[in-house]
Design a protein around this ligand. Structure first.
Ligand code: ZN
Length: 364
């Protein structure tokens, strides 16, 4: 083993051990391939090009981005259509939720806001939306207790689906505001579906004091970002990559304290960015915007938050100071009451010492 590889391994271990926050992670994009293959075998789930001895190697290209996949959002979202076939029982949904949180905790994510779409989980078997939501909440509580990780759940509404369905799902989320649901999100096909029809739902969420995050500025630019902030009351933007093109929106985000939930590898996989070196996370952070780093869909992208940090350091030139700032930004942007945010910020300030002579501390 060379000295260089030893150093690299030590750096990777330290990044893994660094306490982290993920504000933008989709349950449906975080599922273990081994568990999916087992569910497929046990329940005879029909999938293209599979047989009764199906394994993770066969499953991978169906549910994960590989080098042969085109980089665009619509293709990326097509993986989630395949994943809907696996939500076969209450046990399967609870297990997938539980494992997602175990995996985050193993990557030393200490505060996780996990988002999920009850309608996506319910569709295949026609489960009641209320039941599906409660299964996820219960499994998340259990995993949180066992793994010593703090969890907030966000319900995701989908732009490209019926608004009346979104209204129903939102009401279910609102009724569980103090039972684990901390916010609502709008995701899905930003290219063809503006957020306008969802205004009234987000107005109600805003009135109730729920956290609001909207995927915007990922596939399209300025107008989608403006609408998310002004029309949907978004306090956080999923991705928001294209804000870099519009100084007026950057100023608006800075003034209003809008937080950017950035996810590096996902942006490559959806074509939001062509090369990582062009990603605006570093320049947005240095220009005073509240950038955070997150995974989006670790299983679909075959990544984890440590890998996102590592890519940020190696390919964007982020330093430990930058990473520390993104974690503290995330603590202050958590969908928690003010006292909770203060507690979370103090927790991470204590565990993430300032760099000494510009060096990253060794986390173990
Ligand atoms: Zn997302």
């Amino acid at each position: 083993m060379t000295l260089r590889s030893t150093n690299e391994m030590a750096a990777a271990a330290s990044i893994k051990a660094m306490p982290k926050i993920d504000l933008h992670r989709h349950l449906e994009g975080s599922l273990r391939l081994g568990t999916l293959a087992q569910i497929a075998r046990e329940h005879g789930i029909e999938l293209p090009m599979m047989n009764s001895a199906m394994n993770t190697a066969q499953l991978r290209p169906l549910v994960q981005i590989t080098k042969n996949d085109p980089a665009n959002l619509e293709h990326f979202l097509s993986k989630f259509e395949v994943l809907r076939r696996f939500y076969h029982s209450d046990e399967a949904i609870a297990r997938l939720t539980y494992e997602t949180i175990v995996d985050a905790a193993a990557d030393n994510v200490q505060y996780l806001e996990l988002r999920f779409s009850p309608q996506a989980l319910a569709r295949k078997r026609g489960f009641p939306l209320t039941d599906v939501t409660d299964w996820v909440i219960e499994a998340a509580h259990q995993a949180s207790r066992v793994c010593d990780i703090e969890i907030g759940l966000i319900v995701t509404l989908l732009r490209h689906e019926d608004v009346t369905l979104a209204e129903k799902v939102a009401q279910i989320a609102f009724a569980r505001q103090h039972k684990g649901i901390v916010g609502v999100d709008l995701a899905g096909n930003e290219v063809r579906f503006p957020c306008d029809p969802f205004k009234h739902i987000f107005a109600e969420a805003h009135q109730l004091g729920l956290g609001i995050t909207v995927h915007a500025g990922e596939a399209v630019g300025g107008e989608s970002i403006r609408a998310a902030i002004e029309d949907l009351h978004a306090r956080r933007l999923g991705h928001g990559v294209r804000i870099i093109d519009d100084p007026y929106l950057m100023e608006m985000a800075r003034e209003r304290g809008v937080v950017l939930e950035m996810c590096l590898l996902s942006n490559i996989h959806t074509g939001a960015i062509t090369h990582l070196a062009e990603h605006p996370a570093k320049s947005l952070l240095e220009s005073g915007l509240l950038v955070t780093l997150n995974t989006d869909d670790p299983s679909v992208s075959d990544s984890d938050l440590s890998n996102e940090y590592q890519m940020g350091m190696e390919q964007l030139g982020l330093t430990y100071s930058h990473l520390r700032q993104t974690v503290l930004n995330a603590a202050a942007a958590a969908f928690l009451p003010p006292a909770g945010k203060t507690r979370l910020t103090a927790h991470f300030e204590q565990r993430l010492p300032r760099p000494i002579l510009g060096q990253m501390p060794q986390f173990q």
